[in-house]
Design a protein around this ligand. Sequence first.
Ligand code: AMP
Ligand code: GLY
Length: 417
Amino acid sequence: MKVLVIGSGGREHSIVAKLASSTKVSALYAAPGNGGIADLATCVPIDVTAVEELVRFAKEEQIDWTFVGPEIPLLAGVVNAFQQEGLHVFGPTKEAALIEGSKDYAKRFMRTHGIPTAASETFSDAEKAKAYIAEQGAPIVVKADGLAAGKGVVVAQTVEEANEAVESMLVGNQFGQAGSLVVIEEFLEGKEFSLMAFVNGKNVYPLVPARDHKRVYDNDEGPNTGGMGAFAPIPDLKQTVIDEAVSRILKPAASGLAEEKRPFTGVLYAGLIETSNGPKVIEFNARFGDPETQVILPLLENDLLQVMQDVTAGEDPKLKWKDAYATGTVIAASGYPGSYEKQLPIPDLSGLPNDVFCIHAGTERKADGFVSSGGRILFIGSVHHNRAVAVESVKKGLDIFKDNPSFHYRTDIGFGE
Ligand code: AMP
Ligand code: GLY
């Protein structure tokens, strides 16, 4: 079968790599892909939001299945457009993806369906928002309603900081339309974890949990990023907590979306905090997480295309997981998530040890090697049944970037914390 993957990041490289190992896949395409993806798939220069062009390409090339990686094309209705043309596509419609596209909708949805989450209120008026903040006190969390590339969340330690966030979103239009509503949310204390599931209507097939590391520096210091590394599964997360997250969060979410006539097909992602009152939702996403996918797919034994087909057909894909541990660290450009340079020459990757894998997040291929094309550039990972061995392998892999002022990476990922 001919398969198209929409997207250009590390998540999409992982998806392409997994599909490349499928005996059912005869040809792989990526739109637009990246330097690493180009080793495994034909990259076609179509933007992820160019819905009509994507449909045209899929028809012309007679693509059998399309997998949508990022949220932006989902909310732009790429799945709706493919379905209208009778094309097989894996991902939610824009109506179902609203669970990610509007935090206000997601909060109302969770209240309606009794899904545990932080208490919150939504505002369009800055003065009313500030009055609520004054009443609640800090710490408190301010979130732009719409998509803001991971930058629309401010965990404010003081009332002043929260007021500033409200001011810049509602008055300063920092995120444009995406910030014309703000959700002000109770600060939840506890460890974070990401739990995803393949979903079709009310059917929910959970994946292994993973932990992302959003802060740019070691010990979770510095500003939030798109994710600096991840590991899976999570050694200190009890099975009872995972079971509770499935039964009280993922299953009611799938059923709730179906009841609201927005039935979800694809990967549903719950960003969770393990509070003293059980797991609670901090966000839903309508797609695979990045960089969680880079450690989850290497643990999946099943053929991903078969899983997509089974899930879509309403059949149990019977997910099987390697009894192993996967961890990986992102190589970012120095300065990221602030301003950073692009076109940085990347060291020769043939110098990486054999027991690590290398996923490209933001690279371009040049005649004499790769250069960077984004803030997050590569993901160096390892899979081993012994966690310490996996961590040590990644550490050795990172050595080729050591003391190179162009790059920055964390050194504390994978220890199970
Ligand atoms: P998000 O972009 O929604 O994933 O949020 C970014 C980060 O903000 C999360 O990874 C959490 O660390 C933090 N965060 C979001 N909501 C809350 C909350 N209600 N309580 C505590 N931390 C939060
Ligand atoms: N890892 C968080 C996300 O994909 O949004």
